[in-house]
Design a protein around this ligand. Structure first.
Ligand SMILES: CC(C)(COP(=O)(O)OP(=O)(O)OC[C@H]1O[C@@H](n2cnc3c(N)ncnc32)[C@H](O)[C@@H]1OP(=O)(O)O)[C@@H](O)C(=O)NCCC(=O)NCCS
Length: 182
């Protein structure tokens, strides 16, 4: 739940190496290029085959940003503001249990960008959002992703299966991150 009257579409978050800014049309091509089957292995959506697959996601994101109901961000390199690193989101920021999500382009894996981006978003959340806890749902087998909520003090508090858009089963463990641990 937002603490004050702000427009998510105007928010920019700066971390050591990244700028996190609202997702926009400019991100269509990089997402189409980077969002492949290896990235989506443990994710709900299906990989992008072309920019046409990404367009509805961008349109949804813009709608969510404009109605303050879905905070979808692109992470770009701070040094040039242009190089696309990945996407992250705070879904349902208007509720008291918003949900975090992230993916990072393969060439930037294992360099701490995933953790840095989520940490940066959580610092912003601490200031701007009033919430009970943040959800971080992740497939049990997704070790690199699980390390992120674990580093932020999250605990597993729910477990369930989810069927993806293309019929795969994800075995979800849902971490919850409480304000006191951030
Ligand atoms: C999950 C993801 C965002 C992590 O991004 P990243 O920038 O590579 O992660 P980081 O470099 O910040 O590393 C986070 C932690 O995972 C560890 N890690 C990174 N890659 C790993 C791997 N392949 N296996 C095991 N641990 C790994 C890091 O050591 C770090 O843990 P530490 O803090 O204990 O050292 C990235 O792997 C990704 O985009 N995966 C595909 C999409 C996805 O599954 N998204 C999450 C859906 S819930």
């Amino acid at each position: 739940m937002l603490r004050r009257n702000i427009e998510l579409a105007d928010v920019e978050i700066v971390t050591d190496r990244l700028i996190l800014r609202p997702l926009g049309l400019i991100d269509l091509k990089p997402i189409a290029r980077e969002f492949n089957e290896r990235i989506t292995r443990y994710m709900f959506p299906t990989a992008a085959k072309s920019a046409m697959d990404v367009a509805p996601f961008i349109a949804d994101s813009l709608e969510g940003l404009n109605s303050n109901t879905n905070f979808q961000l692109a992470a770009v390199r701070r040094e040039n503001r242009e190089e696309f690193v990945g996407c992250l989101g705070l879904h349902k920021p208007h509720t008291i249990t918003p949900e975090l999500g992230i993916w990072i382009a393969e060439k930037f894996h294992h360099q701490g960008f995933g953790l840095e981006a989520i940490e940066g978003l959580c610092e912003w959340v601490t200031v701007e959002i009033e919430y009970d806890y943040l959800k971080y749902p992740v497939d049990r087998a997704n070790a690199p992703s699980r390390r992120i909520p674990e580093t932020l003090g999250g605990e597993i508090e729910d477990e369930y299966d989810r069927i993806t858009a293309d019929g795969r089963t994800l075995n979800i463990v849902e971490y919850r991150i409480y304000p006191e641990t951030l």
